[in-house]
Design a protein around this ligand. Sequence first.
Ligand SMILES: Cc1cc2nc3c(=O)[nH]c(=O)nc-3n(C[C@H](O)[C@H](O)[C@H](O)COP(=O)(O)O)c2cc1C
Length: 294
Amino acid sequence: MSTTTDLAALPEAAPSVTASSETVTATASPLAERYGPDQSVPLAPLTDAIDGILRHRTVRAYLTDPLDEVVLPTLVAAAQSAPTSSNMQFWSVVAVTDLARKDRLAALAGGQEHVRQAPLLLVWVADLARARAIGDAHGTSLEGTDYLDSTVVAFVDAALAAQNAVVAAESLGLGTVYIGALRHHPEQVAAELGLPEGTVAVVGLVVGHPDPAGGERVKPRLPQAAVLHHETYDLAVQWPYVDAYEDLIAPFYREEGLAESWRRRVVDRLAVPGPQRGHAHLHTALAARGLPSR
Ligand SMILES: Cc1cc2nc3c(=O)[nH]c(=O)nc-3n(C[C@H](O)[C@H](O)[C@H](O)COP(=O)(O)O)c2cc1C
């Protein structure tokens, strides 16, 4: 069922890849971009779904062209097809197309231009309000929704839904970029979207037609040996692979004009709580939104 693809031997890109047998008949693999040309990865037949997922890249330059009207319901159907814990469906999504509202949300997200540029911003919401309203209708206060587990479930549900929408959008040739920066200002975002108590924005997702001049590339990831453990976890075994990743990602970051060391970026991002990002404030903000997360 699997075969080892020699990444170094593969051409750089394949327009489309389909697998009709148990061996990879592809002439190219996006894995060379994901892991660098020197690694061999045992690969199942490269289905359209796998190929599309492996080719993912975040898009930050968009045309202003509107989306076809079938796109939104298609993305929501994909999102709703994601697994959801106990079928509780603890999430909702707010579709924002209004220019003035996108402008204000872009400002709340630190002035990210792609929020303004692209025609659609989907805001994925952890939603305990619907369940509580059902409880109220039954004359029962849903105390369980006050606990951290419910908050975690709602965040996981919302993230799984959002990622299904990403996969669907990319399969339609559209681009996406998550907007985690909406967590800088949870209360203002909630006010902008009219979110009721018991809900909070988890992440935004810009959707649009990629500007062909954008030139996004597949961003390399850590070698599998750094993230994949067999039976039990081993931290120490990872370091040579993290070192190898430094060499792989450095040219990528250099071209983007960013600090070249991934390890340095990890340290710089997390050395302080990042109050400017609302991190220190998030626990309080969640409680204020009606997610006390006890
Ligand atoms: C939860 C989450 C929040 C993110 N927030 C932002 C953001 O606010 N702005 C942005 O430009 N990219 C954002 N991103 C995109 C990441 O920077 C991007 O996925 C990462 O650098 C890897 O690049 P790739 O998606 O092209 O592989 C976010 C991604 C995730 C998963």
